[in-house]
Design a protein around this ligand. Structure first.
Ligand SMILES: [Zn+2]
Length: 418
């Protein structure tokens, strides 16, 4: 076992099977010492003016990752006495790290040996550390299935992986799920240096040579999501943490609609199964307006296409229509409003009786005002005939009529003809 340094990471080339550090594990490459160093002081070893306001600096030590191994270089700021520079590019040449900087403030009167305060763009770097560590985990599962990586980049905004061949979607999604499991286990991430070689070890789960920056525990990644599958699975884009969640939030309604539509298309699935799925969704959803609309939309599809037409006994008369017991769904008035509107739009000649609870039934119909009025009067007459006009209630709701009556009586007002 070599020297084990938790919370640390490395760079250098990623070609070959092992990553090797020339010379000793020195402070010169400070990004190898501490991935979490956002700011340090250093000394100017050499510099060169390359343009009007542009310079290249070499320091005795640096926290700027110079790029390589698919991880982009860091950007950031330098303060040298009264001068401020932005570092817009970093590059490794031989053993030296070149910092390409532009003067932002000051007269740039600088000398070798001067002290410099350097700060990296931490938000950008930390995101790349998460992307990079997520890639280790994800690719471990992909390699287990016999596929290899051909290229990619872990940042700055998103991850990109190019495989050597097209990957089936089920393998990608399986690896995505398993990656999130590893993230959830919050496994420690170590850098191991042995005989000048560096490997990155994620607990007992994975160890491989690597040249970039990583987080110190998998939980820091937060969440992993494939955001795009391109070229029939030869290329994927992914993101992590908040950016992955933002992606999900943005596409949440599309996902849900897609899922429910897919469910609808499967003929072997019974209306009851779909409805119980909807119960599950309705229970779990934060009930936003959009979700209410989507749920109403899919409910309308179920009701109009999957539930068979029946004889409906309403009051004294019998009509053609659909009877559906949705009392398990606990539909809020918001849903009911959307549902009523959609059901009305759906059919001219049918009447929809929707049982909302043990004591209430909503009836939606698209008929003339005259018919609607007569229909309502018939119902009021029914209440009188049953002598429940005091304990029962009939009222107009969005696009229909709501009947509330004691549960043992409501069936006498509205029921399905057996
Ligand atoms: Zn790595």
């Amino acid at each position: 076992m070599g020297e084990v340094r938790p919370n640390l990471c490395n760079q250098l080339n990623s070609s070959g099977s092992r990553v090797f550090i020339k010379g000793s594990f020195s402070e010169k490459y400070f990004y190898l010492i501490d991935d979490y160093a956002r700011e340090i002081d250093a000394t100017i070893l050499s510099f060169e003016k390359t343009g009007e306001n542009e310079y290249i600096f070499v320091f005795d030590r640096t926290i700027f990752y110079p790029g390589g191994g698919h991880q982009p270089y860091d950007t950031g700021k330098l303060t040298i006495e009264n001068n401020e520079f932005i570092v817009f590019k970093v590059e490794r040449k031989g053993d030296e790290i070149y910092h390409y900087a532009r003067v932002m403030k000051g007269d740039a009167q600088i000398d070798k040996g001067q002290r410099v305060n350097m700060r990296i763009n931490w938000e950008k770097r930390y995101h790349m550390m998460k992307l990079h560590t997520a890639e280790h985990i994800f690719m471990k599962f992909i390699r287990e299935r016999g596929y290899e990586l051909e290229g990619g980049s872990w940042g700055p905004d998103e991850g990109l992986i190019i495989f050597s061949e097209e990957l089936p979607i089920d393998i990608l999604l399986e690896a995505e799920n398993k990656t999130n499991e590893i993230i959830g286990r919050n496994l420690p991430v170590f850098r191991i240096i042995k005989n000048g070689y560096i490997t990155i070890k994620i607990a007992d789960f994975d160890e491989r040579p690597c040249g970039g920056n990583h987080v110190s525990a998998t939980g820091e990644i937060g969440f992993f999501k494939i955001t795009k599958i391109e070229r029939r699975g030869k290329t994927i884009r992914f993101n992590v943490g908040e950016k992955a969640l933002n992606y999900l939030a943005k596409h949440y309604n599309d996902f849900m609609k897609f899922g429910l539509d897919t469910l609808m298309l499967r003929q072997e699935i019974s209306p009851n199964t779909i409805i119980s799925k909807l119960v599950e969704i309705a229970t779990n959803l934060q009930k936003s307006q959009t979700e209410a609309e989507i749920l109403s939309d899919i409910l309308t599809k179920v009701i109009t296409s999957k539930v068979p037409e029946t004889g409906l006994i309403i009051g004294e008369a019998t009509y053609n229509g659909v009877f559906l017991d949705l009392s398990d769904l606990n539909l809020s008035p918001k849903y009911l409003k959307n549902l009523g509107r959609r059901l009305q739009e759906a059919s001219m000649d049918k009447i929809y009786a929707i049982k909302l609870s043990k004591e209430s039934v909503a009836i939606f119909l698209k008929r003339s005002k005259k018919f609607f009025k007569a229909f309502k009067n018939e119902l009021i007459k029914t209440l009188k005939n049953l002598s429940i006009e005091k304990e029962a209630k009939i009222s107009s709701i969005e696009g229909g009529i709501l009947i509330i009556a004691p549960k043992e009586k409501i069936e006498k007002i509205v029921k399905k003809r057996e």
